[in-house]
Design a protein around this ligand. Structure first.
Ligand SMILES: Nc1ncnc2c1ncn2[C@@H]1O[C@H](COP(=O)(O)OP(=O)(O)OP(=O)(O)O)[C@@H](O)[C@H]1O
Length: 656
């Protein structure tokens, strides 16, 4: 269906004409082949003994070259995409070189490298008995040399585009780097891998220059189809046209099957709708895995059952670098980590996982010092902000992943996983893929997956952020119940004050990577040590300086009277609970000494109460919390003039 064209989007003639010429330039030779093919003789030409032998050899050589490219090229692509090392740009240029090198020059280079008089040739021949020139293996080497770059660059792009949180989460569930690569990375990049493999095969099938230079042109041994075309062209041009048509059809079929994947137009999409593995089998890839060996340091699950007693693992951590935090927490503690954007909350979690060079954690969990252990052997499970459920595995296989990496047998791991999913209220979704789950359901599966792995330390990065208010309250209750039975320590990053207060046995406030406050929720809420925390908790917080006449001078202008004035000259934080702010239509005449005129700027509902923001030119904005009935009696609306008053005894002074 043609889309209506927006005005002003006419294609300029100066661009359209050369573009059309380019299309004609590419099309004409192909049309020539089609036009000159003797269709009646096509069958005879393609079934002649020489062509059949060359075709068979071409298939053998191209598939062997593909196999060799996969074995060598896939790890190389991973290395280029995932590992930083000196000279990486040079290695990438080296990979690309055969794509731009004249194939005959490639052949000469191969001769000088692997030929009988080349650098490696004598050793290959004398010690291993391998002679490449004039052998089919030489044709395979030549085809691999020119074709492998297609696989490497295609796959490197796909791996680089894959969110690292999948692989990092897999590691946090106990999977070794090789296991992560095989069970997470490879299935997720399968479309990119297939595209690269198809191109590599097509390129190997059409290889001519390097093959003839390096491996020669021996019928039945190195004379592949393109070489046969070259020979036929001299004696039987019609047969050459027919074979060319065959090669053209194969190349075209590969490109049509790829439909732009290689150029990135339909590249693998990470995320919930992420790259689907080529495997249409609904059986999760994880299920085909053998359980890993249980290493002495690995977090060993004694049983998959969630009701099994949890190891008691207190935490001691000293984090340096971007973060400067010391944490000591007995087993079973849940610490809510709060702080403004960029305060270093995620960096702290990543440091504890051993996943960032930006901060280093000396970490002891129970009686094990895990500081020098790689992430997959720390027993630290992580639920990143997006949950990072593996898109190619069902909810059940996702949840069983951690147990499988710990060596738990498949049936037992699946039973344990099902129990955890049931506990979190998503048991009936066990067979669904992450793309078939809502955000909230996916979060619950991600939690089940982390808890099922029975970690010593559980790290939750905004675990309830994706949930709506109702589900959030329900999951919060569930989470609290599960965290109570969790024998390790849980660190939970949150921006939600209710979550911080209700789920955290402790609240750790970070600012600029450092600990600003580390206290019980009650203490933090009564005495927040920064305006940010106070505001997060819904309190009014004004920075002020005590004056010699007993009042407080607000940094933003205005004065305040508190019952217990601070020492003159000290800077302090005046905290006023919104419930302590009264609103009046007339100037109040009673005891409060803090009365300010203002106007209502905003009214919002918070549960069964209303939060009223009052703007005043005497003090900063003040938040009051009143009942809807009181608001109705006062006739409050946006812009209504009001008086605010706060008793001096309701003002808490906190020294930051
Ligand atoms: N890979 C990185 N390289 C350099 N700086 C980084 C990197 N990751 C994070 N930062 C910076 O480190 C600081 C802390 O980031 P971090 O993600 O830990 O903050 P946060 O408290 O989790 O923030 P938010 O609440 O926005 O998620 C920020 O200033 C951020 O810009």
């Amino acid at each position: 269906m043609s889309r209506p064209r927006a005005p002003g989007t006419r294609t300029p003639v100066t661009l359209a004409v050369p573009a059309l010429l380019a299309i004609a330039f590419l099309l004409l030779p192909l049309t020539g082949i089609l036009a000159r093919t003797e269709w009646g003789e096509l069958g005879t030409h393609l079934t002649s003994p020489e062509v059949t032998v060359a075709l068979r050899l071409s298939l053998l050589v191209s598939f062997c070259a593909l196999g060799l490219s996969l074995v060598l090229g896939v790890p190389l692509a991973w290395l280029l995409a995932r590992v930083s090392f000196p000279g990486k740009a040079l290695v990438r240029s080296l990979v690309l070189l055969p794509m731009v090198l004249p194939p005959t020059v490639g052949g000469v280079a191969l001769l000088l490298g692997f030929g009988r008089r080349g650098l490696l040739g004598p050793w290959l021949e004398n010690d291993l008995g391998i002679v490449l020139p004039f052998h089919t293996s030489g044709a395979v080497v030549a085809a691999t040399f020119v074709a492998m770059p297609f696989l490497v660059i295609s796959l490197e792009g796909t791996i680089a585009g894959l969110r690292t949180s999948y692989e990092e989460t897999a590691a946090s569930l106990g999977a070794s780097p090789v296991r992560v690569f095989l069970t997470v990375t490879l299935p997720l990049v399968a479309p990119g891998l297939a595209a690269g493999a198809a191109l590599t095969w097509a390129r190997a099938l059409g290889e001519f220059g390097a093959t003839i230079t390096f491996a020669g042109n021996l019928p039945g041994t190195t004379q592949t189809l393109p070489l046969e075309v070259y020979l036929l062209l001299q004696d039987q041009p019609q047969a050459a046209t027919s074979v060319s048509l065959l090669l053209l059809a194969v190349a075209m079929a590969v490109l049509v099957a790829l439909r732009g994947r290689w150029t990135g137009t339909t590249a693998a999409r990470p995320g919930n709708g992420a790259a689907r593995p080529g495997n249409a089998d609904d059986r999760p890839a994880e299920e085909n895995e053998k359980p890993a060996e249980v290493t002495p340091d690995a977090p060993v699950a004694t049983t998959a059952a969630p009701s099994a007693p949890q190891r008691q693992s207190p935490l001691r951590a000293e984090v340096s670098g971007f973060n400067d935090v010391t944490l000591d927490a007995p087993a079973g503690t849940t610490i809510a980590v709060v702080g403004p954007n960029g305060a270093g909350k995620t960096t702290l979690l990543r440091a504890l996982l051993g996943l960032t060079p930006r901060a280093h954690a000396r970490l002891r969990l129970g009686d094990v010092d895990v500081t020098n252990l790689p992430p997959h052997r720390r027993g630290v499970a992580w639920v990143p902000q997006d949950g990072a459920l593996f898109p190619h595995l069902s909810a059940l296989a996702n949840t069983a992943y951690g147990l499988r990496t710990q060596g738990v047998r498949r049936t037992e791991a699946r039973r344990g996983a099902q129990e955890w999913l049931d506990r979190l209220g998503v048991g009936d979704l066990a067979r669904r893929r992450p793309s078939q789950l809502s955000g909230g359901q996916a979060q619950r599966v991600a939690l089940a997956r982390a808890l099922a792995a029975r970690p010593r330390l559980l790290l939750l990065d905004e675990p309830l952020a994706a949930l709506d208010q109702t589900t959030r309250a329900r999951v919060r209750r569930m989470l609290r119940a599960h965290l109570e039975g969790f024998g390790g320590v849980c660190l939970m990053v949150t921006h939600d004050p209710v979550e911080a207060i209700s789920l955290g046995g402790r609240v750790l406030v970070l600012d600029d990577g450092r600990t600003l406050q580390d206290d019980t929720p009650g203490e933090v809420s009564r005495h927040p040590r920064s305006p940010w925390v106070a505001r997060m908790l819904g309190r009014n917080a004004w920075t002020c300086t005590a004056t010699s006449d007993g009042t407080l001078s607000l940094a933003a202008g205005g004065t305040l009277v508190a019952a217990d004035p601070a020492t003159p000259g000290t800077t302090t934080l005046a905290i006023i609970a919104p419930e302590a702010v009264s609103l009046h239509r007339e100037r109040p005449s009673g005891s409060p000494r803090n009365n300010w005129p203002g106007t209502v700027r905003e009214i919002t509902a918070v549960g069964s109460r209303l939060r009223v923001v009052v703007a005043s030119d005497q003090v900063p904005d003040l938040v009051a919390e009143i009942t809807p009935q009181a608001a109705a009696e006062l006739g409050l609306a946006d812009g209504t003039p009001v008086w605010t008053s706060v008793k001096a005894t309701e003002i808490t002074l906190v020294t930051p």
